[in-house]
Ligand binder design. Sequence first.
Ligand code: APR
Ligand code: PHB
Length: 414
Amino acid sequence: MSIAAAGLRPHVVGQGTHREDTVFMRTQVAIIGAGPAGLLLGQLLTNAGIDNVVLELRSADYVLSRVRAGVLEEGMAGMLDEAGAGRRMRAEGLPHDGFDLAFDGGHHRIDLHGLSGGKRVMVYGQTEVTHDLMEKRRDTGGLSVYEAVNVQPHDFDGPNPYVTYDKHGTSHRIDCDFVAGCDGFHGVSRRSVPDSAITAYERVYPFGWLGILAEIPPVSHELIYANHPRGFALCSMRSMTRSRYYVQCPLDDRVEDWSDDRFWDEIRRRLPADVAERMVTGPSFEKSIAPLRSFVAEPMRFGRLFLAGDAAHIVPPTGAKGLNLAASDVRYLFDGLREYYADGSSAGIDDYSRRALARVWKAERFSWWMTNTLHRFPDQGAFGQKIQEAELNYLVSSRAASTSLAENYVGLPY
Ligand code: APR
Ligand code: PHB
C-alpha cells in the first residue's frame, strides 16, 4: 500500500485555530530555517502546489545582513531559475570561465570552461540569492514566520510529526507530514535527533579566514586563489565595483587586530608582485573572521525529519561548495517529496540520505583537498611548503590534473 493510500496524505493548510492558548495550523512540509536551503526548498514546493511553512529564528533583516560566499555552480543557478527567482542573478551575476592559482611568485589560469566541457560558475552573492528567494516567496504568498523562537520538531519518528514555536508570547503548533531541517550548523533540527541515531565526522582546521568587503574594483576579473609561505589569500568579488578579499589568519586573532592598512599590506605580500602592484585598496565596510571546519552528520533522514544544507554538513570555504551542497540536497529532497505527493511513492524520500551523502562526501573531499593544498599549516615546515608547490605545479601543468580540479570546481553532476 502506498503511503498516500495508507491515509497519511496531508490536509491542505487550514486556518489557524486557537485551543488553550496555542495556535494550531496544518501544512504539508514544515521547513525550519530561512537560509538558501529552506527558501529554495520552500519555493520549489510552493511552485509544485505543495503547502509549506518556513520558520526562521532571526528577523528577515538579520538574515540579509549576513555576508556569505558567492560562487554558484550551474546546477544551483538552474535551480534558482526553476524556482522563478533567477532573473536578477542572470542580469547582474558574473559568469566566470576560469580562475587563477597563484604560488611561488607566479600565477596560472585554470580554464574551467575549456576543461569541463563548456561549464562555468556564476559569481553572485549568497545574500542576493537569499534576497531574491525571499522576494519570490512574498510574491507567491508563501508563509514565512521570522523571529520564531523555541522552534522544536516533535514525533518525527512516527506518522504525525509537528513543530512548535513561540512568537510574541503566543505558542504555535504546526502539524505536518514532513519536517525539513534547513536551520544551519547551530540549528535545532540535528540536535533533536538522539545521539545514538547519528554519526558525526569532523575536522577543525587550525586557522581562520579574515574577510573584507570594499567598494573597489576587483584586482582581476577572475578569482585568484593564492598559496604563500605567510598563508593563503583569496581575491574574489561581488561585482565589478565591489571586492571580497580574504587572508588566512590565526584562530585567536580578533577583527580589531586587523586595521585596513594591515590587511592590505598582508594580502599584497601573499600575492604575486604584478597582482599586488595593480591592487586598488580602499576602506572596508565589512570585516569578519570565520573558522574553517569540515563536518558531516549521517544519515540525513530520521523518519519524517530530513536535514538539508549546513544543518547536515559543513565544508571549509576554499572550494566554494557550501551553498552549492545546500542546493543539491534540496534537489534530491524536493524530487523525493514531489514524487511522494504526485504518485504516493516514497522511493525518492527513502533514497534521499544515500543520494545526498554520496555527493556531499565528494564535495567534502574536494574542499578538504583544496584547503590542504593552499593553506599554511602550523607544522608543515619548509618541506611541506615545497610539497604544496610541487602539487600546484603538477596541477597547472597536467591536463589530467587540471581537468579533475575544473570538474570538481564547476560542480559534480546531481
Ligand atoms: N529555529 C529556526 N531557524 C533557525 C534556528 C532555529 N532554532 N537555528 C538557525 N536557524 C536559521 C538561521 O538563522 C539561518 O537563517 O536557519 C537558517 C540556516 O541558514 P544557513 O546557515 O544559511 O544554512 P543553509 O540554508 O543550509 O545554507 C548553506 O549558507 O550558511 C551558508 O556556509 C553556508 O554557504 C552555505 C549555505
Ligand atoms: C567569496 O566570494 O566569498 C568566495 C569565493 C570563493 C570561495 C570562497 C568565498 O572559494
